[in-house]
Write a protein of this length. Structure first.
Length: 503
């Protein structure tokens, strides 16, 4: 079997380490790669443990669009063959092409491309993906993320060609991670969950682990990802301006100078994924100004005695919104619909994600304040306090919905997320149905403990422990080869799904 990996940004060293384990432990000899960022391509070419049959670079594919001519017949063909049911999601999930994000910091939202440019880009990326898959013929493609034009065509074309697609996803239990063949779902977890009543797992160690996890969580709720909590993130003004302390200011100045020098020395600084240092600094200054002005006057006090529903603002831009909740990307609009669908005496508590501190504008919060029954809660407040006292959790796809279910709360979601499999979670598919859904969830929600334990059991059975957040987000993937022992259990999970045997 040939394994193809999407080697994206800081995941590239981790993906390369995964390939090395597959080769050395399971005898996989052939690998190909779809690479994002030129520095990753140079890194992969410098390594000797794996010789890739082919590595194609996102930035080189992108450059072809300038000479591409729009072919309406070809676009119609692509839409018939690979549309879902049309091709617009391929562009709309791409934060760079569609919104100018990553190159600019959220809440920047201006595309540098015309509609015609986007059509040319779709043609170029689709042609490349088709040619790449037909020439390389991989048995499986492993994706760390699916994020736009460099992955959506590749994913859907691979599906059409009956090539396995594995997307790495968090099981939202500690460091548990699983793989799924279908984004917006944990396919292996779901299949095990649906068959569990007739499965030997019913009395297994997985079930015992599930019961212990649930009991421990209810006794002392804790986030599965500590890096996303207020304790870890800079949610206060003092924390945001710590870079001005004497012990940090020299480092800050050195970092700024290095940013410009590296950019000037980079022969490929015109690659579309390269962030301009002046944009980086400008956006940082804007965020610091927002923090300096502060949001304290816009925050409301919590009143545990009142009836309220809870909506956690999710961090942006993320595939949890752009891909899994594609038609609900405007969170302000979603909040307005929830607020007007609640019983008349209810409040809607809205709390921002700790990692978004200083990113959103005061204008957005002021718009929220115009909604009479909405309260904005300081992001430094623990979500568990709100979840435990809320009558209802409403969310796109966030972990707060999962945590609400673990704490026996009714949940309404607006996107595709694994816990939609539970009867306690209701997905809103049509916004006009929301008032009735809320009424039903508040008055007639039926909690099912056995069903929940079955789903947790399935997560334990279909996942492996790997601290991807630390390896990927905190350490930037740079120490992946040093920490292959931590990666092996996850590769064992992949190998099991591919029916690979150790050598």
């Amino acid at each position: 079997m040939k394994v193809c990996l999407f080697l994206q940004r800081r995941f590239a060293p981790i993906g390369h380490a995964m390939a090395a384990i597959l080769k050395e432990k399971y005898g996989v000899e052939e690998f190909c790669g779809y690479v994002s960022m030129r520095s990753n391509l140079n890194f992969l070419k410098s390594r000797k443990r794996i010789t890739y049959t082919k590595l194609i670079l996102d930035e080189d594919i992108y450059k072809k669009y300038r000479n591409e001519k729009i072919d309406p017949d070809y676009l119609n063909h692509l839409e018939r063959e690979y549309g879902i049911p049309n091709l617009w999601p391929f562009v709309d999930t791409d934060r760079i092409i569609r919104n100018g994000l990553f190159l600019r910091e959220y809440p920047y939202n201006q595309s540098p491309y015309s509609h015609d440019d986007m059509l040319k880009l779709i043609q170029v990326y689709a042609k490349t993906a088709i040619k790449f898959l037909e020439e390389e013929k991989p048995g499986v493609i492993i994706f760390p993320v699916i994020e736009g034009l460099n992955t959506m065509p590749l994913y859907h074309i691979a599906k059409k060609k009956n090539i396995k697609t594995f997307l790495i996803q968090s099981g939202r239990i500690g460091n548990k991670h699983t793989i799924t063949e279908q984004y917006g779902d944990l396919s292996y977890v779901r299949k095990t969950f649906e068959s569990l009543d007739n499965n030997t797992l019913i009395n297994s160690e997985y079930r015992k682990s599930a019961e212990k996890f649930l009991a421990d969580f209810r006794d002392k709720p804790s986030a599965h990802n500590l890096y996303d909590t207020p304790k870890w993130q800079q949610t206060s003004r003092k924390q945001q301006f710590s870079f001005l302390l004497p012990s940090y200011i020299t480092r800050s100045i050195h970092w700024t100078i290095k940013l410009f020098i590296d950019y000037i020395r980079n022969p490929n600084r015109d690659d579309y994924t390269i962030i301009k240092p002046w944009h980086h600094i400008l956006d940082r200054i804007k965020r610091k100004i927002r923090v300096l002005i502060g949001f304290g006057d816009l925050y409301d006090e919590i009143d545990d005695s009142e009836n309220f529903a809870f909506y956690p603002l999710q961090k942006e831009p993320e595939m949890a919104i752009s891909l899994f909740a594609h038609f609900y990307k405007n969170q302000l609009w979603v909040i307005e619909q929830i607020a007007r669908s609640l019983p008349i005496q209810y409040k809607l508590y809205v709390k921002d994600h700790p990692t978004m501190s200083g990113c959103r504008t005061r204008k957005l919060y002021r718009e929220l304040k115009k909604i009479p029954n909405v309260k904005i809660i300081n992001p430094s407040v623990s979500s568990f306090r709100l979840i435990q006292n809320a009558k209802l959790i409403t969310t796109l796809t966030s972990t707060a919905g999962w945590e609400g279910i673990l704490l026996k709360k009714p949940v309404i979601t607006f996107g595709n997320v694994f816990y939609n499999s539970l009867s306690m979670a209701k997905k809103c598919r049509a916004i006009e149905d929301l008032p009735v859904m809320i009424k039903e969830q508040l008055e007639n929600s039926q909690y099912n403990e056995k069903e929940l334990i079955n789903l947790i059991t399935a997560i334990y059975a279909e996942s492996a422990s790997i601290n991807l957040t630390r390896l990927w987000d905190i350490e930037g993937g740079g120490r992946a080869e040093e920490k292959e022992a931590e990666i092996i259990p996850f590769i064992d999970l992949i190998a099991k799904k591919l029916d690979l045997k150790t050598i």
